[in-house]
Design a protein around this ligand. Structure first.
Ligand code: NAP
Length: 273
């Protein structure tokens, strides 16, 4: 492929290429479900989190962006950087904290939030690029986003600012990758409201911190099983038609009798966090 073009259809199968997934925040919630779903697809999954549980887990606190390069080097030890790879990079880790207007938070809480969700995430992605930009193969780079990137939820300004910032970062990254000989394909995926600890934090927030806290309590029966979301995300990332720079949102599953529909569609208008 000549430099300056992105593959219109990424190869679905690179039969001889190792399948490797680098996944942040797989110690619980959606990340744990993604780890299982990627494992079922034959990926070796290296997880990055503070807890870092399991044999292929690397300790990383994204609130400390300076840790990212070392953690990525540890994860990629022994990998042949010149051989084709079937790679999925998924930035899934995030924190909702601190919930409440930014002006009421101490500066270190503002800094930790933005470092975890924005600066640390970018440092982690940049460290992976620094190691694998020139490696050939199918290289998908996905950011787990949120409707909060577009919808103002009073009390979630720090989380929302970082999610919006990451979406734009991924769009610019997609444009930059057009100049690369072996481009990554950056995409954002909004999984919708999931039954994880993050929603429990929203339900437990004080109404003085989160204006619509009661809505999150009422919404509980509609939350999606993270295992279903993870299966849809992995299917999307394995699809042949994956446009660099796309921001996709998870659709409700089609009724069993209906023709199969894509799980993710462009745009967003869902009433979830
Ligand atoms: N749940 C929802 O309704 C919903 C809706 C839209 C989007 N999302 C997005 O989906 C993704 C997963 O959310 P979730 O609901 O599964 O959240 P969760 O249950 O709270 O899990 C968050 C994960 O992020 C990791 N993490 C948090 N702070 C970290 C740090 N400083 N350094 C490294 N890892 C850190 C945690 O691991 P450690 O604590 O071990 O570090 C954990 O594995 C997030 O990006 C979230 O914004 C969720």
């Amino acid at each position: 492929m000549p430099p300056g073009t992105l593959p219109p259809d990424l190869p679905l199968d690179l039969p001889d290429a190792p399948r490797l997934a680098l996944l942040s925040g797989a110690s619980r919630g959606l990340g744990a479900a993604l780890k299982a779903a990627l494992g079922r697809e034959g990926f070796r999954v290296v997880e990055f989190s503070r807890r870092a549980c399991g044999p292929d887990a690397v300790a990383l606190d994204l609130a400390r962006p300076e840790q990212a390069a070392g953690a990525v080097r540890t994860a990629l030890q022994g990998l042949d950087h010149s051989a084709p790879i079937d790679l999925i990079v998924l930035n899934n880790a995030a924190t909702l904290q601190p919930i409440g207007p930014a002006w009421r938070q101490p500066p270190h809480a503002v800094q930790d939030s933005l470092a975890t969700n924005l600066a640390g995430a970018i440092a982690w992605i940049a460290a992976i690029q620094a190691q694998l930009q020139d490696t050939p193969g199918r290289k998908v780079l996905a950011q787990i986003s949120s409707a909060a990137a577009h919808r103002p939820h009073p009390g979630l300004s720090l989380y929302a600012a970082a999610k919006a910032g990451m979406e734009q970062f991924m769009r610019v990254l997609a444009a930059e990758q057009q100049d690369e000989r072996h481009p990554f394909v950056p995409v954002c995926l909004d999984p919708g409201a999931l039954d994880t600890g993050m929603q429990a934090q929203l339900r437990g927030a004080a109404p003085g911190d989160l204006r619509h806290a009661a809505d999150f309590v009422a919404r509980r029966p509609q939350l999606r099983d993270p295992a279903d979301a993870a299966a849809a995300i992995v299917a999307t990332l394995r699809a042949p038609h994956l446009a660099a720079g796309a921001c996709l949102r998870l659709e409700a599953p089609a009724p069993a009798a209906a023709a199969p529909a894509p799980f993710f569609t462009p745009g967003r208008s869902l009433p979830h966090a």
